[in-house]
Ligand binder design. Structure first.
Ligand SMILES: NC(=O)C1=CN([C@@H]2O[C@H](COP(=O)(O)OP(=O)(O)OC[C@H]3O[C@@H](n4cnc5c(N)ncnc54)[C@H](OP(=O)(O)O)[C@@H]3O)[C@@H](O)[C@H]2O)C=CC1
Ligand SMILES: C[C@H](CCC(=O)NCC(=O)O)[C@H]1CC[C@H]2[C@@H]3C(=O)C[C@@H]4C[C@H](O)CC[C@]4(C)[C@H]3CC[C@]12C
Length: 295
């Protein structure tokens, strides 16, 4: 009985260490110096702050969103802050051809790619589902399929640089909340896709990291505005600090980060982790890796 208790406590300790290990330990801003980074949804909010922090760290930047005037201001600020270079490509991620072109154009502008930060979202309408399937499809194109399209276009460049993909997601992609069925569907889809891709890269020994960023309520103008009168008694966390944690997670090649750290607990699912481990044991890895190539 005592032995069983010891084993249980050690396993629990290991799981807790795995989930709560902080991303702050060995991060140095120089890690981003000269790195070539794409930031999507960078005209405002968290994406804008990510661009400013990367600029201070001396990265090469390509930023994208729809509003050209805002992007112009962002890149001029980035150059003042110390970016190695800064370019913008305006357009909508509803257009998947545009999504692909952003990656190829950015690769040409910067001479390669080290980090792809996928952050944009369609404006959120908090409302009951009203049967409008076309609008769900549009949200899925912007919030999900454009992410996959950009990832697919970036993989060859990221293979060369042993680069990183950073996916900005939400607690609403882990837990259920009402009024955001479309948004939540896209965030759950991102979680499923990128968590599976993480395992595939690991199986095929491809050294590209994927960091899933699980965020709680952040004080961006759009979030504060759309939640006003709907969600009460929660203080949003600062977007500036949130942006730093996202960059750190990517630079340290962490599989998952949570911000604010208080939301880690709601993601903690040891049964799932154990089940995933046992499911993987049933796979004939040798057979799969012999017969399939990672594109
Ligand atoms: N703020 C919060 O409370 C939380 C945010 N998150 C996540 O953080 C990320 C950033 O959120 P936040 O900063 O609040 O979002 P914002 O609404 O502030 O910014 C969204 C960005 O996406 C761009 N965008 C909107 N529509 C399109 C489109 N069709 N094509 C291309 N770009 C588009 C916007 O620029 P433009 O209009 O110029 O195109 C803007 O740059 C998102 O992934 C979100 O899910 C997660 C949890 C909580
Ligand atoms: C209500 C959720 C927060 C619950 C909580 O207690 N969190 C503790 C903490 O945050 O410290 C909100 C957390 C994430 C929000 C959603 C989100 O992902 C961003 C969207 C941004 C948009 O501009 C507004 C609506 C959002 C869908 C937003 C809705 C509320 C959250 C689920």
């Amino acid at each position: 009985m005592a032995l069983l208790k010891k084993c249980f406590l050690s396993a629990l300790g290991l799981l807790l260490a795995y989930y709560f290990y902080p991303a702050t330990d060995s991060f140095r801003p120089e890690m981003l110096q000269g790195k070539r980074v794409i930031v999507t949804g960078a005209s405002t909010g968290i994406g804008e702050q990510i661009a400013y922090h990367l600029a201070r760290m001396g990265a090469h930047l390509v930023v994208t969103a729809r509003t050209e005037a805002k992007l112009k201001k962002v890149i001029s600020e980035c150059l003042k802050l110390g970016a190695a270079s800064a370019h913008f490509i305006p357009g909508t991620m509803e257009d998947l051809v545009f999504a692909e072109q952003v990656v190829t154009k950015a690769g040409k502008l910067m001479g390669g790619l080290d980090m792809l930060i996928l952050n944009h979202i369609a404006p959120v309408n908090l409302r009951f589902f009203n049967g409008d399937v076309a609008s769900i499809r549009k949200v899925m194109d912007i919030n999900f399929f454009s992410y996959i399209t950009m990832t697919s276009a970036a993989l060859p460049m990221l293979k060369v640089t042993n680069g990183s993909i950073v996916v900005v997601s939400s607690i609403a992609g882990k837990l259920i909340t009402p009024l955001i069925a479309d948004y939540s569907a896209a965030k759950f889809a991102l979680d499923g896709f990128y968590s599976s891709l993480q395992k595939e890269l690991q199986l095929m020994n491809v050294n590209i990291s994927i960091t899933l960023c699980i965020l709680g309520f952040i004080n961006t103008d759009s979030a504060v505005k759309s939640l006003s009168g709907i969600v009460e008694n929660i203080t949003p966390s600062p977007k500036e600090e949130c942006a730093v944690e996202i960059i750190k997670g990517g630079a340290l090649r962490q599989k998952v980060i949570a911000y604010p750290s208080s939301i880690y607990i709601s993601m903690w699912n040891p049964i799932r982790t154990i089940q995933e481990y046992f499911i993987l044991l049933t796979y004939n890895i040798d057979n799969i890796t012999r017969n399939q190539q990672f594109s």
